[in-house]
Write a protein that binds this ligand. Structure first.
Ligand code: KG4
Ligand code: ZN
Length: 350
């Protein structure tokens, strides 16, 4: 049984976890949301400083909660890409220091692989092949997963990520940050049919539409025009719940249609969802219902594992470690790296 101590500091959550393959022994998450809220988004410099302040506290707490001896830990892992460079550096430096001090192997982990494998923690029997729908604050992709490190991107957003669209629309509606959970809550009280909105299709130069790519910028603009129109009509206060419900349902249906079509076309009967937007109640309902109609299985992580946490990073690290993958201690961080390049993080198969 592989025991991994994992660190996640790619954005605004400082997290340290200890996992035994696909079982969580501890998962300590210190969120910075309150610190960034007054700026309406994450401020990179503040995020790095907060990680520095929180990392040792999280580390001690994770070790205490897991109650494992250092001698039981097989490897140290940290998110190294993609993310905010200063923030990633805090996690990476902590992980390398521990690896050197304790003479343990080190693994750099791609953040999206963490989201991709989060469902393994609640469904330990899951194995590839499957289709992964990754919907986070920075990414939106449909990925065919053939094995650990073997990924093919079949569809992606041409502009904003799904979570980013939620955050921007919430800002437009003066709801606060982060927007996803706030829109989700308001949407549950609103009428999803109140306002028709565009589905975000991406046209192809050869004619027709891309089957799986999506665009959220048109939808965002449609929301802006709608709000301007309602304001010009003197409607005050704005029907926030109906606007939120119409927006959320449009995003959920758009992601659902592409995901189901992609799974059917590729002959993949399991769909695994990951990332912050996997917590969205509209997406969960629409995708679950459509999957049942087509006899596909869909897996969502528990809500606590949808947003950033180190347990999912530990889970991805255990998958790699069990295949003999280890990173060099000279590994650096990268703000951008496609998930298809993860094998560049490992130089050694022991
Ligand atoms: O995966 P994550 O924690 O961080 C990134 O890797 O980006 O995702 C954060 C994103 C934010 O944009 C947030 O608004 C969105 O996930 N989010 C949601 C919900 N909870 C978080 N979006 C829609 N509905 C939710 N319930
Ligand atoms: Zn994330």
């Amino acid at each position: 049984m592989t025991v991994i101590l994992a660190i996640e500091t790619s954005c605004d959550e400082t997290s340290v976890a200890i996992v035994k393959n696909r079982t969580i022994l501890s998962n300590v998450v210190s969120s910075q949301i309150k610190v960034h809220q007054k700026y309406g988004g994450v401020v990179p410099e503040i995020a790095s400083r907060q990680h520095l302040e929180q990392i040792n506290i999280c580390l001690e707490e994770a070790l205490t909660q897991a109650q494992v001896e250092w001698s039981r830990i097989d490897a140290i892992a940290a998110t190294v890409a993609p993310g905010l460079v200063g923030s990633l550096m805090v996690g990476l430096t902590t992980a390398k220091t521990l690896a050197i001090l304790k003479d343990l192997p080190f693994l750099g982990i791609h953040h999206l692989e963490g989201h991709l494998y989060a469902s393994y923690l609640s469904e330990p029997g899951l194995e590839p092949p499957f289709l992964s729908l990754l919907v986070s604050g920075g990414h939106t992709s449909l990925i065919a997963v053939k094995g650990c490190g073997d990924y093919q991107i079949l569809g992606t957003t041409r502009d904003d990520a799904a979570g980013e669209a939620f955050d921007k629309v919430a800002r437009l509606l003066s709801m606060g940050y982060p927007g996803g959970p706030l829109i989700d809550r308001a949407a549950q009280k609103g009428n999803p049919q109140a306002f028709p909105l565009p589905d975000g299709r991406v046209s192809l130069p050869s004619g027709g539409y891309h089957p799986y790519d999506m665009s959220f910028s048109g939808l965002k603009t449609a929301m802006l025009r709608l709000v301007q129109k309602l304001e010009a009509q003197g409607i005050n206060p704005l029907p926030i719940d109906d606007l939120a419900a119409s927006f959320q349902t449009t995003v959920a249906k758009s992601l659902t249609r592409r995901t189901i079509n992609c799974a059917l076309e590729e002959g993949l009967d399991k769909i695994i969802v990951g990332g912050g937007v996997a917590a969205n109640s509209g997406l969960r309902q629409h995708l679950q219902a459509a999957a049942e109609v087509h006899s596909l299985k869909v897996y969502f992580p528990p809500l606590s594992l949808c947003t950033d946490n180190a347990a999912m990073i530990g889970c991805a690290a255990a998958e790699h470690f069990n295949q003999g993958h280890i990173s060099p201690l000279t590994l650096g961080v990268s703000s951008r790296m496609p998930i298809t390049e993860v094998m560049k993080l490992y130089d050694r198969v022991y």
